[in-house]
Design a protein around this ligand. Sequence first.
Ligand SMILES: C[S@@+](CC[C@H](N)C(=O)[O-])C[C@H]1O[C@@H](n2cnc3c(N)ncnc32)[C@H](O)[C@@H]1O
Length: 317
Amino acid sequence: MPTENNALYRLSTTDEYHRQDLKSLGWELTVCNSLHPVDSPIRKVLKKNAPYGELLYDFLGAHISVARIARVLEIGGGYGYLMKDLLKMNPGFRASMLDISPPLLKKQEEALTGNDAVYYLNNALEMEEIFYKGFQLVIFNENLGDFPTLADVDPVILDDNTARSDEIAVMVRHFFTMYDLEKPSSRFNLNIGAMQMLEKVCGAGVPYIFIGEHSCEWKMPPDIKAYFDSSATGNPRRIRLKGHDEYTIKFSYLQAIADRLGYRTRRGPFADYIVPEMNDHLRWVLSSRGLYSDSEEIICQFIGDLYEYEYLILTRQ
Ligand SMILES: C[S@@+](CC[C@H](N)C(=O)[O-])C[C@H]1O[C@@H](n2cnc3c(N)ncnc32)[C@H](O)[C@@H]1O
């Protein structure tokens, strides 16, 4: 696959990093991992003090028939905490884990010791569509931002011009035409890997799909926005991390793809299921911007993330 085309775009990938360099997620604190320690200060500012998987399971249960699901695939499961929680909530789940990173897949095996799970070491994008047909629920939690992204794309790529027809340009035009996506008028970043991945799992007809990731289109309710300075641009933002870059996700494009492929979509912020208890103490912590202690700083960051991260629950119609 070409990595660039006369400055029409630059392809950003993380495969090599995940396959060869990554040793742990230590420096990359996901929402799921930050809710894992029982004594975490952030658990205390929530309406329900519980780990991520428990909160997510209850929320999914309110929107889809989780009791009727058996075969569950989690892609990019990190340390395996989410699946561990889900299996505790529903011992009837038969878990499969697919990850590109050998050390992380091993950690997932350790976390799920005693459970009858199946493990696949591979790049999810390289698995055939037929593989996904075997599952009733596929979960992508905080990983689509790691999938290939086209950076700094020149909008002329969207013109149907054979001179610009390398494999990637053709794929970009396929997405914009097939799913009638709104075309940017200036240079943009495109979550091409996330879009390919979604097209594959929806194409496989998986009945339920869950996606959670850092969004580039988030919105905060006014009473929360008052405590934060940042805003969303609608263009996937580059986040520089150790050894690789990830990009925030343009959820409206994923929603349009799922919609066109016959899925009902429910979208919202993580705060829909990780619900903060907005009392005087939390308001004080947020208004002081967490300047007075490390745990208050962590709380401020976390509450911001609850609105900057979005989910999509997709149900095949
Ligand atoms: C940021 S971590 C998130 C871990 C976990 N889901 C969580 O929320 O804590 C990203 C995960 O996705 C995996 N990953 C990244 N790209 C992948 C790909 N192309 N195929 C499969 N797994 C991938 C990584 O190895 C890692 O386990």
